[in-house]
Design a protein around this ligand. Structure first.
Ligand SMILES: [Fe+2]
Length: 311
């Protein structure tokens, strides 16, 4: 018996099997256009299904500023968004723009894009058979999960400050003469920064103003149907007030629901914490964070060394 699977259908811009993306990578092109005509009917249908089932959960569990951002962006529930449409709404408000990329952006370059108010954005969309979980980002995670917050001024400024933190980390590395010592400390700083980013921008919880109820603002939560309810409702999750000392020393794993989440009071609060992070990086307080996840890849390390102007 022959079975028709989605693997037989034209891939269009489906995660991990998009010929356009493979070609861009083969050519060494990281920053690309969004070839909108390549999205197939199946790609649009996946967007429609993801959006439809998230809509009600966003209203229940998404923080107020995310919901305002969704309203402002006017994403089409039926079709994969065009980045130029998103940018038309977003850029006049905070200067942020979604910038299409062909794949993983090494850490320094990623943060430096934020500094320039550019958000590296995946343009592929997950396969319709795996709506729930995929380890790599797709356009639903990046546009529906991240970008609505980028129309908020305090949140946008926080991302820029994070980019400045990466610059501070590169400057600190440049000031250390011994190459071995420099590498050890830099690896530690990047680990601490990655943990901060994970527990805020990707998996952060925030108290809603007024009611004080917990709501999600992390994009990993806002783009996950299952975890968005779990992070708020489940008794199996520890939800603790944000503490910088803890966050930079706390390892995490990416392949299951998070058992520990940190709560901020507001995006102004978050901005203040990133500001402290920059001071801590400069003062060497991230040079010896607790070992553990995430592992820092060679490309990430190299991107910081390049920015530092050292070998
Ligand atoms: Fe993300």
């Amino acid at each position: 018996m022959t079975q028709t699977t989605s693997a037989d259908a034209p891939a269009g811009l489906t995660t991990t099997r998009a010929p356009f993306i493979e070609q861009a990578r083969a050519d060494g092109r990281l920053y690309i256009e969004q070839p909108y005509e390549l999205y197939t009917a199946a790609n649009h249908d996946v967007w429609r299904r993801l959006y439809a089932r998230m809509a009600e959960r966003w209203q229940r569990y998404g923080n107020a500023r995310f919901l305002q951002g969704l309203e402002t962006l006017q994403l089409d529930p039926e079709r994969v968004p065009r980045l130029e449409d998103v940018n038309r709404f977003m850029a006049p408000l905070t200067g942020f723009r979604a910038k299409a990329v062909s794949g993983y952006v090494p850490a320094y370059l990623f943060f430096d894009c934020l500094r320039q108010r550019e958000f590296p954005t995946t343009i592929t969309i997950r396969d319709g058979e795996v709506l729930d979980y995929l380890p790599e980002p797709d356009i639903f995670h990046d546009i529906a999960g991240h970008v609505p917050m980028h129309v908020d001024r305090a949140f946008a400024d926080t991302l820029v400050r994070f980019g400045e933190c990466a610059r501070a980390a590169a400057d600190r590395a440049a000031a250390i003469d011994d190459p071995g010592d420099r590498l050890r400390r830099l690896r530690s700083v990047i680990t601490g920064m990655a943990r901060f980013f994970w527990f805020t921008i990707e998996f952060g919880l925030m108290k809603n103003p007024g009611s004080g109820e917990l709501r999600a603002y992390g994009s990993g939560l806002l783009s996950s149907y299952g975890e968005l309810a779990h992070c708020i409702e489940s008794p199996d999750v520890q939800r603790v007030p944000f503490q910088l000392e803890w966050v930079i020393n706390q390892s995490f794993e990416i392949d299951h629901y998070q058992p520990l989440l940190f709560v901020i009071d507001s995006f102004e609060h978050l901005f203040g914490e990133v500001d402290r992070l920059v001071d801590w990086v400069t003062a060497g307080r991230l040079d010896h964070v607790a070992p553990g996840e995430p592992a820092i890849g060679e490309a990430d390390l190299q991107s910081f060394l390049d920015a530092a102007g050292v070998a």
